[in-house]
Design a protein around this ligand. Structure first.
Ligand code: ZN
Length: 248
């Protein structure tokens, strides 16, 4: 008689449940977002779970450069808020969190020393370097700003994940920035807003672009780089790219 015990159907599922019983629930609920969840109606927290191996392979194997891999990855791993609705400060924060529960806290990458060009292998405990800055509790979306030259009030809103494609390069920003302005001097007509921006002083346009792309909030992972070859030292940003999600 064969020593291999053949298990089928229910008993196989049961055996798998026993094997992965405790390990399978590594999901976490996150309430403490950079946006505080303030911009998502009915927000009760976001549940995140680790990326599975097959999801990782599918996402990293994507050959379509147009695809937003970060969004695809979040669609597999978060629930509670539609990924398309996320503001970018939360999107990057969640990406870090998914990475942490999928691969652990250490992030290894190589950096080229700006002084001597040596490639330096670096390892960081990510959560120690996140520098999370949350929005003020009373910050609303849209929010009121003052145009410095025209001296009138305007309302601007944060771009959502699905709209990031509209403002990825400088030409697009100029063309599309009006979409993120909900009123100028209480006028809400998009055609009026678009035409008004075209006639505005550069200082007012820059004010609007700065407020819409607001990068003050969210994560800004920094670390102090020290070159072992030439002793050069500088505060640097942690490189956040797709390589962030491939563990070799
Ligand atoms: Zn160096």
């Amino acid at each position: 008689m064969s020593k291999n015990v053949k298990i089928t159907g229910d008993s196989r599922e049961e055996a798998l449940d026993i094997l992965f019983g405790d390990a399978s629930d590594e999901s976490q609920v996150i309430i403490d977002l950079p946006s505080r969840g303030n911009f998502y109606p009915g927000f009760k927290g976001i549940e995140i779970k680790p990326l599975t191996f097959s999801d990782e392979q599918k996402i990293l194997g994507s050959r379509n450069p147009q695809e937003d891999l970060v969004s695809k990855l979040l669609e597999k791993t978060i629930s509670g808020v539609d990924v398309d609705d996320l503001v970018s400060m939360d999107k990057m924060f969640l990406l870090m969190k998914v990475r942490e529960i999928s691969y652990g806290e250490n992030y290894e990458f190589s950096i080229t020393c700006p002084a001597c060009d040596t490639s330096v292998q670096t390892s960081l405990h990510l959560s120690d370097h996140l520098n999370i800055k949350k929005v003020p509790e009373d910050l609303e979306d849209p929010r009121e700003i003052m145009l410095p030259k025209l001296k009138v009030k305007a309302k601007v809103r944060f771009p959502r994940s699905r709209e990031e494609v509209l403002i990825t390069n400088p030409d697009d920003i100029i063309k599309n920035i009006y979409r993120f302005v909900t009123s100028i001097n209480d006028n809400k007509d998009p055609v009026f807003i678009s035409k008004a921006i075209k006639r505005m002083h550069i200082m007012d346009v820059k004010k609007i672009v700065g407020e819409v792309s607001m990068t003050d909030y969210g994560i800004n992972p920094k670390f102090i780089f020290e070159c072992p070859e030439c002793n050069y030292s500088e505060t640097m940003s942690v490189p956040l790219d797709v390589g962030f999600f491939s563990v070799s």
